[in-house]
Design a protein around this ligand. Structure first.
Ligand SMILES: C[S@@+](CC[C@H](N)C(=O)[O-])C[C@H]1O[C@@H](n2cnc3c(N)ncnc32)[C@H](O)[C@@H]1O
Length: 203
């Protein structure tokens, strides 16, 4: 099982494990986001996604339990001249705000099922009405591929898991299948993923 210290070890060194450019699914949201929106990049690692959102003018909170990752996220933000509220925190016991975000980015964060349920519920509560949740994670079909992802099948996502985790949200997109990844040294090649975009209903 992965922990913060294991992620610290992965993030030591100068490079960016998953690249310094944002995930493509997140980038495709460009037409849906506006400066001033409040975004949460959870499990943001070395900050590629949080920093890109900040570059679009969003007010971004970037969370990760790896102090090394968070330090690199802060450095990347400084290098690109944007403000990033990057914090070291465990997603399973963070003090989640209620309706505090217009966008939650859940990109390649694979949690044990009980933690995944807890964090998904917290993320749904943390969305403001009309807020978006962008998800991209590996699916069980990724087993045996070398393009990334955890080995434990229980950590992987399926379309059904995403539908259940975000049942309260409106589904705007939900895809389970193969894509070509080109994200730093650790996400390279054909990969089996679940990619979703969800929206909190306006009462
Ligand atoms: C595969 S990396 C993805 C990083 C980033 N989202 C990206 O796409 O570049 C998964 C990240 O989730 C973080 N993570 C895993 N479990 C966590 C937890 N319980 N609390 C906070 N961060 C966690 C790890 O430290 C790691 O940075």
């Amino acid at each position: 099982m992965s922990d913060a210290a294991a992620w610290d070890r992965r993030y030591e060194g100068e490079g960016f494990t998953f690249g310094a450019e944002p995930n493509l699914h997140l980038q495709a949201l460009a037409s849906r986001i506006r400066p001033g929106m409040r975004a949460l990049a959870l499990g943001d690692g070395e900050g590629r996604n949080g920093v890109w959102l900040a570059r679009q003018g969003l007010a971004v909170t970037s969370l990760d339990w790896s102090p090394v990752g968070v330090a690199k996220a802060r450095a990347l933000a400084a290098l690109q001249g944007v403000a990033l509220d990057a914090r070291v925190a465990d997603l399973t016991n963070w003090d989640w705000p209620e309706a505090g975000f217009d966008l939650v980015a859940w990109i390649y964060v694979h949690l044990p099922p009980a933690d995944r349920d807890l964090v998904a519920a917290a993320a749904v509560r943390a969305l403001a009405p009309g807020g978006l949740l962008a998800l991209e994670c590996f699916s069980p079909a990724q087993e045996g591929r070398r393009s990334g992802g955890p080995k434990e099948v229980a950590l992987l996502w399926t379309r059904a898991i995403a539908e259940a985790a975000f049942a309260e949200l409106e589904v705007l997109e939900l895809f389970e299948g193969a894509v070509l990844l080109d994200e730093g040294p650790k996400h390279q090649g054909l990969a089996e993923i679940v990619r979703g975009l969800f929206r909190k209903r306006v009462p």
